[in-house]
Design a protein around this ligand. Structure first.
Ligand SMILES: CC(C)(COP(=O)(O)OP(=O)(O)OC[C@H]1O[C@@H](n2cnc3c(N)ncnc32)[C@H](O)[C@@H]1OP(=O)(O)O)[C@@H](O)C(=O)NCCC(=O)NCCS
Length: 196
């Protein structure tokens, strides 16, 4: 299993309420609407977009990654409204150690509906089933309680906080580290199948 096998044609994933699919240039208006919201970008590594051209550049970078079969996010689409409302996917994949890191961002009006838990669970399933992963990790800033909660709801274990481990927007920040192992994911799945 290598990155090319998956990312040369990232398949769509359907969840109960949402669709994960490749981003397209038609997503520009929807994407800019939330990429320009400072509340959305507060805890991510990039600054709020100040004009649609910045969003277009962001889209172009992702399209370039699809083209060259590099690791890239899915666009999250609200199936009812057919609107692109976020991004979710792996931001690193270490094929030697069978581990990857998950990242996500969602438009503010859609927060608190369980959407990122829903999409992350689908992506975690994909990672263990299709990418031959043994470990899926995620990290968040300490004040980002919603993000930490998503990781917990996805069955991840808190492994500790690394102090000033990243330089984000000119600030050294502490990051909380979470991860789920394949054997833990298998246990959760078998418990769910047995109705526990
Ligand atoms: C963090 C984020 C991805 C969460 O997405 P979401 O779809 O709202 O998450 P969910 O609804 O699946 O779950 C959020 C959980 O956190 C809880 N939560 C959110 N904010 C909270 C807060 N300030 N205090 C306590 N709990 C909070 C919610 O109640 C929910 O838990 P529950 O289901 O047990 O009630 C979204 O808020 C976001 O995109 N934020 C901006 C970008 C970002 O921070 N990305 C992550 C970078 S690490």
């Amino acid at each position: 299993m290598n990155i090319q096998d998956i990312y040369s044609d990232l398949p769509p994933l359907k969840t109960e309420r949402l669709l994960l699919r490749k981003i397209t240039t038609e997503d520009l208006d929807d994407f800019y609407a939330w990429a320009s919201d400072p509340d959305v970008t507060q805890y991510v590594t990039w600054y709020s977009h100040t004009n649609p051209e910045e969003t277009q550049e962001f889209i172009n970078r992702i399209l370039g990654r699809y083209k060259y079969a590099k690791i890239a996010p899915w666009a999250i689409v609200d199936r009812q409204e057919n609107r692109m409302i976020g991004l979710n996917g792996f931001c690193t994949w270490d094929t030697r150690h069978h581990r990857a890191e998950l990242a996500y961002v969602l438009s503010k009006p859609y927060w608190g509906k369980g959407y990122i838990t829903e999409t992350s669970q689908a992506i975690i399933n994909f990672g263990f089933q299709r990418m031959n992963l043994n470990r899926i990790a995620a990290r968040c800033r300490v004040p980002n309680i919603g993000s930490a909660r998503v990781m917990e709801k996805c069955g991840m274990t808190y492994e500790g906080t690394l102090r000033e481990v990243a330089l984000i927007k000119n600030e050294y920040v502490d990051l909380k580290h979470y991860a789920i192992l394949k054997k833990e994911w298998q246990t959760i799945n078998s418990e769910q199948a047995n109705g526990k």
